[in-house]
Design a protein around this ligand. Structure first.
Ligand code: 6CS
Length: 295
């Protein structure tokens, strides 16, 4: 099987495993041949080295993750993961696209062996996986109709006006922010991805769509029909890194050592800058700090 960077599979919220066919997966019930299904036996590094790839749970939400039309996996987090894996003797990564809410369950069910998707750190997630040290720090924003007619710039606006409807991804960090602010489900419009969130605003099914600032700006590059607010000041700082199973602590520790060395190279700052992230923003930020975020 061609394990070039063209291998991308599509996972869903259910136990879907695919056979990589050098591009988009076709769902089937069998385990993917050559999958690093380490089974949590703690030997992930050996398996990944011998098979030449690590299976990674991703979304497709530039600039955090991006699946190109030729099937290559990119985006800030997969590019950093690939570079660090190569420093560890693992040739490449194989992406499986899955919703954010399925990333941790899929990891712990051995459908993939790492998450590198901008799955922002917070208490509930940090309790279920082992996050590497952070790779990116970023912010949240709202997409609104042109001119932001309802003046939505903060979570507090949504709390104060019960008529406002906010689109969010199910199980996403933004849903957790609204939940922490006691915004009822009746004010939340669940959408599957960035594009459908924008469509919900354009169709007036939502008054705004909450997503990371850089993701909304990426969507706005191809669609000038909506506005993107400045960073939401009453949402927590978001940050993420690779996430591993708790049973892969030895891989996690080795990854952190390789990541720390990579962060000192221009290769790290080049990747972040290429995708629009500020490499200096993550300096001094720790997983311990980001895992204190409520939710
Ligand atoms: O961590 C999350 O759940 C959020 N992360 C990104 C990169 N996009 C939306 C998602 O809700």
């Amino acid at each position: 099987m061609n394990l070039s960077r063209r291998n991308v599979l599509r996972g869903t919220g259910v136990a879907v495993l695919g056979v990589a066919v050098g591009g988009w997966a076709t769902a089937c019930s069998s385990v993917v041949p050559g999958a690093t299904v380490s089974g949590g036996a703690g030997n992930l590094l050996e398996i990944a080295k011998s098979q030449g790839f690590l299976r990674v749970g991703i979304a497709n939400e530039p600039p955090y993750t991006q699946v190109n039309t030729d099937g290559t996996v990119s985006g800030c987090e997969p590019d950093v993961l690939r570079a660090v894996c190569q420093r560890m003797g693992i040739k490449d990564i194989q992406g499986i696209i899955t919703p954010y809410e399925s990333m941790i369950p899929g990891l712990n069910a051995n459908r993939w062996d790492v998450i590198a998707a901008g799955l922002f750190m917070k208490q509930s997630r940090c309790g279920q996986v082992l996050y590497s040290e952070p790779v990116i720090v970023s912010t949240e924003s709202f997409a609104t109709p042109k001119g932001n007619p309802k003046g939505i710039t903060k979570v507090a606006n949504i709390v104060a006006d019960k008529s406002l409807r906010i689109a969010v991804l199910p199980g996403g960090f933004e849903e957790g922010v609204l939940k922490s602010a006691n915004v009822p489900a009746s004010q939340q419009v669940k959408v599957n991805d960035g594009r459908s969130g924008i469509e919900a605003v354009k169709a007036n099914r939502a008054d705004a769509f909450m997503l990371p600032t850089l993701s909304l700006r990426a969507l706005a590059k191809n669609d000038t029909s909506f506005d993107v607010t400045a960073a939401v000041t009453d949402a927590p700082k978001t940050g993420s890194g690779a996430a591993f199973r708790k049973t892969d602590a030895s891989f996690h520790d080795a990854y952190n050592i390789a990541l720390a060395a990579f962060k000192k190279t221009s290769g790290f700052s080049d990747i972040l800058t290429k995708w629009g992230f500020d490499p200096s923003a993550v300096v001094g930020v720790t997983t311990e700090e980001l895992c204190k975020t409520a939710g």
